[in-house]
Write a protein of this length. Structure first.
Length: 158
């Protein structure tokens, strides 16, 4: 029996690691890389500067259903890594590791998401029918939006 599902994505960003990490360290930027069809809104952030222990509360809509979500930053190792976990929300488990590696002025960003739905067999069926494709679609959008944002920044800097 599978304990959790895993999504792994890698992306090269043509910017230095400190700049890339600073973007992800600002929780407000999460709205910038979340698909508009989710109606994502941050409701509260427990601290001005994101670090281990910061909690973020937000809401979104998925297939017309309102979802309230609370995450906690569990690990914070600037500028190389941070981990957020769901404290409350739609998943039984959501553990998202963000890794950043510097390479010749560019940054390789690696996302590893481990997640599990509630409701046992029913949850696995819903995952196969809808959730897997939803999660992939959200991360596909995120990848595209990150490329656009960092390309825009490069253009503005020159």
């Amino acid at each position: 029996m599978m304990r959790f599902h895993t999504l792994r994505r890698e992306q090269w960003i043509p910017r230095p690691i400190d700049e890339v990490f600073a973007f992800f360290a600002d929780a407000r930027n999460l709205q910038e890389i979340t698909p508009p069809w989710l109606g994502f809104r941050i409701l509260a952030i427990s601290s001005d500067a994101v670090s281990a222990g910061t909690e973020i509360r937000y809401r979104l809509r998925l297939h017309g259903m309102p979802i309230f979500w609370r995450t906690e930053i569990r690990q914070w190792q600037s500028p190389h890594r941070f981990v957020d976990v769901q404290r409350s929300g739609p998943y039984k488990l959501w553990h998202h590791t963000h890794r950043f590696e510097a390479h010749e002025g560019k940054t390789r960003m690696i996302d590893i998401v481990r997640y599990r739905l509630p409701f046992g067999l029913l949850g696995r069926l819903v995952h196969a029918l809808k959730v897997r494709s939803d999660v992939r679609r959200i991360f596909d959008y995120r990848r595209q939006r990150i490329q656009e944002l960092f390309a825009e920044q490069r253009t503005c800097v020159q």
